[in-house]
Write a protein that binds this ligand. Sequence first.
Ligand SMILES: [Zn+2]
Length: 259
Amino acid sequence: MNQAIERVARALQRAERILIITGAGLSADSGLPTYRGLGGLYNGKTAEGLPIEEALSGPMLRRDPALCWKYLAELGKACLSAQPNAGHQAIADLQRIKPACWVLTQNIDSYHRRAGSPAERLIEIHGELEPLYCQSCGAQSDELTAHLQRPLPPKCARCGGVLRPPVVLFEEMLPEQAIDQLYAELRKGFDVVLSVGTTASFPYIVEPLLRTRAAGGFTAEINPSRTEFSQAVDVHLQGRALDILPQLLGHIRGDKSLQ
Ligand SMILES: [Zn+2]
């Protein structure tokens, strides 16, 4: 295991352009429940007998905002009650050492930002929970915490319209700007792609790994269990991101001081 960690550390150290892809496993180390997209907080159906993918969908937010918000609020409370962990911190530290290190995350908890990842090198492909904005007039509200204590759905202070988070609900499009940014960076190529705590096989997760591998770059994965990527990457580091990422950083920093 140590040798494998050293191998990944050396690759990261030599690399200029790095992409770190993070998924629910990283947030699970903060105590958040693992979820697939937005829905995996729940297995199966909601109390209303709906699949969670339907309750947390764009059409449901329009048809029955209170019902959709009931589940958005649970996500919001879970995210607000936990903290970024040592894994998020190590990634932000690596971005400080490596000015061309990007983060692509499926997580909506904003923990990368809170840990210090720079906004200009962070692609939140599923959006985030804050700030809420009004679907009628566009006014923003930074008061997610306060709104979660009040009757749902939260309403706009200016016009009374229903507020929503800038998150990608089921049946909604991915944010165009995030996709454009990702593919613009992909075209420039990456020396190393490191996948952390993700098992989702969305094309925008798989493609950077496959493209980088095909172009002769180095790919690695950190996950407690083997995933469908494990065969496709150069190194699979089995374990929690919370434990392994700080070790990787330790090697990179240690090696730097020897130079
Ligand atoms: Zn409004």
